[in-house]
Ligand binder design. Structure first.
Ligand SMILES: [Zn+2]
Length: 163
C-alpha cells in the first residue's frame, strides 16, 4: 500500500494562474511556486494554449517529467503530473489508504496548514479583503483536520479494544 497520497502534495493549477493573470494568452512558460517563504520551490514550466474560434483559449502545463498536457502539477520529489505520481507509486487520495496511513497523512496536513497560518499573508500581492478570506478558509480546514484527526484516534482505540 502507498504511504503517500497525491491530495497531500503541494499542487499548482494552470487555470488559477491563468485567472490571476500570471499566465498571459501568448506565454510559452510560467514560473510556478510550490510552498512559501524560505521553503518555496520555484520552477519554470512550459505551457501550451488551446485556442478557440471565438478568440478565447485554455492554457495547459507541459509536465516537466513526461511532457503530457495537464491542468495541474504536483510536487513529489520533483514537479510532475498525476500520472507521473501514480507511476512513482503514490496513492491517489488519502481516503484510499489504510487507517494508519490516513492518520499519518492527516497529521502531515494539519502541520502544513498550521505552518501556512503562521506564515503570514498567503498572497504575494494581496488584494484587499482576499487575504482574510483565504486565512478564514485555512482556519476552517485546520479545525476540520483536527476534528477528523481526533475522531480517527478515538476510532483506532475502539477498533483495537474490539479486536
Ligand atoms: Zn507527467
Amino acid at each position: 500500500m502507498p504511504t503517500a497520497f497525491q491530495d497531500d502534495l503541494l499542487e499548482v493549477s494552470v487555470s488559477r494562474l491563468r485567472a490571476s493573470g500570471a499566465i498571459q494568452a501568448d506565454a510559452t512558460s510560467v514560473v510556478v511556486t510550490f510552498g512559501q517563504g524560505d521553503h518555496a520551490l520555484r520552477r519554470e514550466v512550459r505551457i501550451v494554449h488551446r485556442r478557440f474560434p471565438n478568440g478565447g483559449s485554455w492554457s495547459l502545463f507541459l509536465c516537466p517529467s513526461c511532457g503530457r498536457r495537464v491542468r495541474k502539477l504536483r510536487l513529489h520529489e520533483k514537479v510532475m503530473c498525476w500520472r507521473c505520481c501514480v507511476q512513482s507509486g503514490l496513492g491517489y487520495r488519502i481516503s484510499d489508504g489504510s487507517a494508519a496511513e490516513r492518520a499519518e497523512a492527516r497529521a502531515r496536513r494539519t502541520e502544513r496548514l498550521q505552518a501556512q497560518l503562521g506564515g503570514g499573508p498567503l498572497r504575494l500581492r494581496p488584494r484587499p479583503g482576499r487575504v482574510m478570506d483565504r486565512r478564514g478558509a485555512l482556519e476552517l480546514r485546520l479545525r476540520r483536520a483536527r476534528i477528523v484527526g481526533r475522531l480517527s484516534v478515538l476510532r483506532g482505540v475502539k477498533d483495537s479494544s474490539e479486536g
